[in-house]
Ligand binder design. Structure first.
Ligand code: ZN
Ligand code: ZN
Length: 136
């Protein structure tokens, strides 16, 4: 696996992307919004500069999940691909689960732990933030 680039896409293959370089941070979000949007108990996100992410095929549809945030997904198969928000300008979160090799990145923290389902327990040695962690 090429450490210099990460590739991924949606389940049906209509959307393909390639990422260059390392993530800013990889983290597991336990918030209710991510849980609902992904229909999953928790969601792992890899955060990148928008300039690191190139669409190779297709383009995600977007859903404004709150006034400040947009979630990108495949309109064909429903796979959640991305998250962007006004409070993280110039950055884009990519779902770790949409990577071809999700094992290539490692979460370093949990956030929105205050909304975590009580039975969701993994990567328990990582730091936990009650809400969105401080970012630089
Ligand atoms: Zn698709
Ligand atoms: Zn979340």
């Amino acid at each position: 696996m090429d450490k210099e680039s990460l590739e991924g896409g949606c389940q049906c293959g209509a959307i393909r992307y390639r990422i260059t370089g390392d993530p800013v941070v990889v983290a597991v979000c336990h918030c209710r919004m991510c849980r609902r949007a992904n229909a999953a108990p928790a969601v792992a996100w890899a955060l990148f500069a928008e300039s690191q992410v190139a669409l190779m095929r297709g383009a995600p549809a977007t859903y404004e999940s709150s006034p400040e945030a947009r979630r990108g997904f495949c309109r064909g198969c429903g796979t959640q691909i991305s998250f962007t928000a006004s409070y993280i300008p110039g950055l884009i979160d990519i779902t770790v689960g949409s990577l071809d090799h999700p094992e290539a990145v490692q979460p370093v923290l949990h956030y929105w732990d205050s909304e975590r389902l009580p039975w969701v327990r993994f990567a328990d040695d990582l730091p936990r933030h009650a809400q969105f962690p401080p970012f630089e």
